[in-house]
Design a protein around this ligand. Structure first.
Ligand code: GLC
Ligand code: GLC
Length: 826
């Protein structure tokens, strides 16, 4: 069953009832100011870092699941009846309800007793604030007197401390109110030079800043006393829980619509100019006052919203496809690209499943997120590459995570995840292919952010490669360290203490655990870097890299092939994992994907056999599970993977991130139908009809869908922040639609599944716009076929690489024919 529908024209998902199986969320902001918002207005906001600069308070894992939000209350001042136009938190009956999640904005509209409230939440481009633009309409035949309340609860900035350190925090809350604007300034008196503000365009009835005063004793957000009474009290918070609440009183003629804007923002002052007058404890508001006034001017919110839409037009125009498959088109053209922006911005920090407190930006995660993002805003990808590389260690290894605010490596998690450095190579390769900006390789980048250690990015990449080569095990395969891509395959950990982190606890000494996955990843990375070296005329370095890749392939051939599929690893004791010889965990998905992507086994039939094994042993109607059979008990030598109940997460769950690797492998092996089939099994739009089973949002990928061993097979979890976004984008656009940026041009290499006679795409690349049409040479016979004829701006070209534009700003027409070559008048 469905809880809404796609509005493709407006790039929106329309939710038609508030009680979705889980809160279905959206993100506001894509630069420095961010918010999470659910379909019932739950969520929170932060500036850059969800932990250290949290603006509003949120209560995790509550019942209902999302509590704390951008709550409005509408009160009929004649009858005293009140409700939340976003359903929560009063959860009263609504006559109509509709939530539209769009690109960087959400609107929630509802009506009750003839009063309609339609609120649009968004962050204006270039600003560090959010607007709630409410339109209140009186649909009654008679005048209506109503109050609209807008409320938020402030977080005392550090979200972790805010949720734990009550003995201090109940005494430190401070606010100021000036001209009807509420300023939250906890800790501003000391080491903070930032504050928040909450303003309302209507100043008719006043404010509250004390939660106790607004809610009243023994009351929650579902029935605030101030709303019940219809009168806010002008309270000033001293300690306890500072909030922002405004009341706007509106007299509405029959049919009249009024607009009210609430605005929540973040501002900073220079450390030496915090107070006005100097020496006082009053916030210097000279910068923020005009800014607030400007945003509240009539028309400003609409203009900002239009600008937001234009921005998304531009980002999404970087690639648009028409394949005729509505699920692929809608995801690639809108939602998957959108999710790639969100994962690029937030890594794994803040979602309904990531608290915003724990994980910062992952080294491995961010570098992969970039693969689905780089075509949209290449300059930001460049910046990210340099930031990530600066957290690399002199060994070539990497901090596993870094903090978004400081951009420093996270000591608590440390390093030793031996796949990390190779992903940096893939990210840089993707950036170079997209932009041709070889200059980035000369950019000076420090190691571990230490001044004076700057070396060209090139050197970082070389050390990334050497990091693997310096750490080979007894079979000549890369040592796994704490873990490789699979964070939960902890082969050196041997943890027997409850609660200990599998990722960071001291590993047992002397292990020789090796990873076939890293071997495949290494081959991919070394060959990418070799191609870059060749492109720059560095034949000796290219030769060295190609030779290293060849040796690694030989090690996989000798020790990574199990007979019918690729093995996964060797454990601490040198025993194979992911082998028919094992009782459980006989076959893992990851090495099948990555080894075939690296080209291993494509020319000798092994790739085909591995793909058959995946189809027979791992594929389910809901996607491909991570491994089989799932581990039935906890095993010290395997670590966290065996800690999960069978069918969940890494223990045989459908870990969606890995599925696109198999789509790519199927496409590379010449089976586009197989690729599309796997693609549609996890495509959220294609799963929309089973929302009651899938439960997560039907417009974005989830990290995990419960596997066949789980009682809840098919149920998704951990939506939004997952490498699934980038990799599905890569699989769909580069391997099914088949358009890939390369150093010397745009590769047109579609693998048309059955029934796809013609596809079209528009691709912005190197400053030009490529308008591409791909057709079967002879209708119905193209299946699996490759491009046999390419015509670029009217001239036939050998091969399938459309050349780089001769000048920027041009339109380039590309026509490709698939299958049996035929003569074509050009
Ligand atoms: C999570 C992590 C990612 C890891 C994956 C598999 O998604 O963010 O880094 O590769 O789990 O364990
Ligand atoms: C847990 C999760 C895994 C994630 C890791 C990150 O182990 O199961 O998916 O990658 O935490 O630290």
């Amino acid at each position: 069953m469905r809880y809404g529908h796609f509005d493709d024209e407006r790039r929106e998902y329309v939710i038609s009832r508030p009680d979705t199986p889980l809160p279905w969320i959206n993100y506001l902001g894509s630069e420095d100011y961010f918010g999470i918002i659910s379909n019932t207005a739950g969520g929170y906001s932060f500036y850059r870092d969800a932990r250290l600069r949290r603006l509003t308070r949120y209560r995790y894992n509550n019942a209902p699941l999302d509590l704390g939000g951008r709550y409005l209350y509408l009160r009929d001042d004649e009858t005293g009846e009140y409700w939340s136009p976003s359903w929560q938190p009063t959860v009263g009956e609504l006559d109509e309800y509709e939530c539209r999640h769009g690109m960087g904005y959400t609107t929630i509209a509802s009506s009750r007793a003839g009063i309609r409230v339609d609120t649009r939440f968004f962050v204006p481009p270039g600003e560090t604030l959010e607007i709630w633009h409410a339109r209140i309409s009186n649909g009654r035949p008679v005048p209506a007197q109503v109050s609209l309340f807008g409320t938020i609860e402030f977080c005392l900035w550090d979200a972790q401390d805010d949720a734990t350190n009550f003995q201090r925090n109940y005494s430190i809350g401070e606010v100021e109110v000036e001209d009807g604007v509420i300023y939250h300034k906890t800790e501003y008196r000391e080491r903070r030079d930032h504050f928040a503000f909450f303003a309302c365009s209507e100043r008719s009835a006043g404010f509250d800043t004390s939660r106790d005063a607004f809610l009243g004793p023994y009351r929650g957000w579902d029935r605030p006393i101030a709303v019940e009474r219809g009168a806010i009290s002008g309270s000033i918070a001293h300690g306890w829980q500072p909030i922002g609440a405004h009341q706007a009183k509106l007299d509405l003629a029959p049919g009249e619509t009024r607009e009210v804007i609430f605005m929540l923002g973040y501002a900073e002052n220079p450390t030496d100019a915090k107070f006005d007058p100097p020496g006082s404890q009053t916030i210097d508001k000279r910068h923020v006052r005009p800014l607030i006034a400007r945003q509240l001017e009539p028309g400003a919110a609409d203009a900002a919203f239009t600008a937001l839409g234009r921005r998304w037009d531009e980002w999404l125009e970087a690639l648009q496809v028409e394949t005729g498959n509505e699920h692929l088109d809608r995801m690639v053209n809108v939602w998957n690209a959108y999710q790639c922006m969100v994962t690029f911005n937030l890594s794994r920090s803040a979602s309904l499943y990531e608290s915003g407190i724990g994980r910062g930006m992952g080294f491995r995660d961010s570098t992969q997120d970039l693969l689905g993002f780089v075509h949209m805003v290449p300059v930001r990808a460049r910046e990210r590459i340099l930031d990530v590389a600066a957290t690399q260690l002199p060994t070539g290894g990497a901090y596993h995570q870094f903090q978004p605010l400081t951009k420093r490596g996270n000591n608590a998690v440390g390093s030793g995840f031996n796949d990390d450095p190779a992903w940096l190579v893939l990210a840089v390769a993707a950036y170079l292919k997209e932009t041709g900006d070889l200059g980035i390789l000369d950019a000076p980048v420090p190691y571990d952010n230490a001044p004076g250690t700057e070396r060209p990015l090139d050197d970082h990449l070389r050390r990334a490669i050497d990091y693997t080569l310096d750490r080979l095990g007894p079979h000549g395969l890369p040592l796994i360290g704490r873990a490789d891509w699979n964070d939960c395959l902890n082969l050196n950990c041997f943890s027997d203490t409850p609660g200990e982190s599998f990722q960071t606890t001291q590993n047992r000494e002397g292990g020789v655990a090796e990873s076939v996955f890293i071997a495949g990843l290494f081959v991919l990375a070394a060959n990418e870097l070799a191609a870059i070296a060749e492109h720059r005329g560095g034949a000796p370095e290219a030769g060295r890299l190609r030779a290293a890749a060849t040796d690694m392939v030989a090690a996989v051939d000798a020790h990574g092939w199990d007979g019918e599929w690729f093995r996964r690893a060797y454990d601490f004791f040198g025993e194979p994992i992911g082998s028919a010889a094992n009782d459980e965990g006989q076959i893992f998905i990851e090495p099948q994907g990555i080894c075939i992507m690296a080209g291993i086994g494509l020319d000798d039939g092994r790739a085909g056999r591995a793909l058959t094994a995946v189809r027979e042993r791992l594929a389910t109607p809901h996607g491909i599970v991570l491994q089989q059979p799932a581990f039935s008990d906890y095993q010290l030598r395997l670590g966290e993977i065996s800690s999960y109940p069978p069918g969940y997460k890494e223990n045989g769950g459908i870990f969606c991130h890995t599925n696109p690797w198999l789509m790519i492998a199927e496409a590379m092996a010449g089976n586009p139908d197989g690729a599309l089939d796997y693609y549609l099994r996890i495509n959220p739009s294609a799963r929309e009809e089973i929302s009651e089973i899938h439960r997560c949002e039907p417009y974005v990928y989830a990290q995990m869908i419960a596997g066949r061993d789980a009682p809840t097979h098919g149920e998704a979890k951990n939506s939004w922040l997952t490498g699934t976004a980038a990799w599905n984008f890569v699989a769909a656009t580069q391997w099914i639609v088949g358009i890939r940026a390369e150093l010397d041009g745009l590769r047109i290499d579609p693998r048309l599944p059955a029934g796809w006679g013609e596809i079209r795409a528009t691709r912005r690349f190197r400053g030009a716009t490529y308008r591409i049409v791909v057709r079967e040479a002879v209708a119905g016979v193209a299946r699996g076929g490759r491009v046999t004829r390419l015509v670029v701006n009217g001239s036939a070209i050998d091969g399938n690489l459309a050349p780089l534009p001769s000048e920027p700003g041009t339109d380039i027409e590309v026509e490709a024919l698939i299958g049996a070559p035929v003569e074509m008048a050009s």
